[in-house]
Ligand binder design. Structure first.
Ligand code: SF4
Ligand code: SF4
Length: 349
């Protein structure tokens, strides 16, 4: 593992140099909301716009990998049928991604590259450099420590840890190493500073133990299979607004809907996709009008099964990284996985 150090006064210079050559996206402050101080990913045009001491952004960085709405194809119907794929991608750097969101990106990388590889996702992903940062604060609803998402060993090009006077920077890829060489003023790291990184990380990981699963996360698949008929699904879902917020803010929800827009002259058109979510009332509706998950309880249960059981068998991991966004932004406050999973566990004891 290659570890370097950037003194804090030199971080602005690093960023300034990057901005000259790249589109840099990063975490910005949005001001106070009913949920407290809020943060979002946006374009960074000057070093002082970047915020690295955030607890959790409202939305994860998934919009850079899967845009909320995207054109996939242009097609001609007449006089001659033709199809041309559309792949929009531009190189960019995302500066300031917490490990739990990096874990979610690692999962999307696997899902979009296996089976039927998704060319739009993969092309876009190829052009994105990820600069991670260890959290210095924990959002009140986060439980990433329970979900094995406090740290990642891959998926970042560079990974920063605030150790006080400076940032230690772990080099994750050659691309990341080259960025440091070309754009940053770095120095070598002492044994004491390496130890400081370990101490800083363990302190923040301990702070994320306030909200936690009361059992090992790897028991989720069997717990969920044994809880298919739990009354909890009806109890929680009776308050569900089917607003889909929990899907939209989730870094591991990647479902989308595809449709064709045919122009009025019926000679040509475009195919699009946009984000969709399994809590939407028509998510499982098919062409004949049949809806495979007609009730709110069925849709609500499906989301938790997908996170903790269906995708577990594909990823050998939970498709929940414990960011806590769904819990924080669900208006009736019924979406919190910690509450749901712990209550299911209590019931099967
Ligand atoms: S955010 Fe809450 S109310 Fe909205 S769909 Fe999800 S569970 Fe239902
Ligand atoms: S299910 Fe909720 S806590 Fe888990 S990753 Fe998605 S938004 Fe975060």
């Amino acid at each position: 593992m290659e570890l370097k150090k950037i003194d804090k006064p030199d971080l602005g210079l690093f960023l300034q140099n990057l901005i000259k050559d790249f589109q840099v996206e990063g975490v910005k402050r949005k001001g106070q909301s009913v949920y407290g101080q809020s943060f979002f990913y946006g374009s960074i045009n000057a070093p002082d716009e970047l915020c690295l001491d955030f607890d959790c952004t409202t939305m994860p960085p998934k919009k850079y990998f899967i845009p909320p709405k995207e054109e996939l194809l242009k097609f001609t119907i007449a006089p001659k049928p033709e199809v041309a794929e559309v792949i929009e991608s531009k190189p960019l750097i995302i500066f300031g991604v917490h490990p739990y969101d990096l874990k979610a990106v690692n999962q999307m990388d696997k899902i979009f590259s296996e089976g039927n590889p998704d060319p739009n996702y993969l092309k876009r992903r190829e052009g994105i450099l990820l600069i991670g940062v260890d959290p210095t604060k924990v959002s009140p609803r986060s439980f990433w420590n329970s979900m094995e998402a406090a740290s990642v060993s891959s998926g970042f090009d560079l990974m920063l840890t605030d150790i006080g006077e400076s940032y230690l920077v772990e080099v994750g890829t050659d691309k990341g190493g080259n960025l440091l060489k070309k754009y940053a003023k770095v120095s070598s790291v002492t044994k004491e500073e390496e130890q400081k990184r370990i101490d800083v990380r363990s302190k923040i990981w301990n702070m994320c133990k306030k909200r936690a699963l009361n059992f090992p996360m790897r028991e989720l698949p069997s717990l969920l299979v044994n809880s298919l008929n739990s009354p909890l699904w009806d109890e929680k879902a009776s308050k569900c607004l089917s607003c889909v917020t929990c899907n939209m803010v989730c870094p591991t929800c990647y479902c989308f809907d595809v449709w064709d827009d045919v122009e009025l002259d019926l000679t040509h058109g475009q195919r699009y996709r946009r984000w969709d979510g399994c809590l939407a009332s028509d998510f499982a509706k098919v062409a004949t009008g049949e809806n495979f998950r007609e009730t709110r309880a069925a849709r609500y249960r499906h989301r938790f099964l997908r996170k903790g059981q269906y995708l577990f068998s594909k990823l050998n991991d939970a498709a929940c990284v414990g960011c806590g966004r769904c819990a924080a932004y669900c208006l009736p406050d019924i979406a919190d996985p910690v509450d749901v999973f712990n209550r299911l566990k209590e019931a099967v004891k």
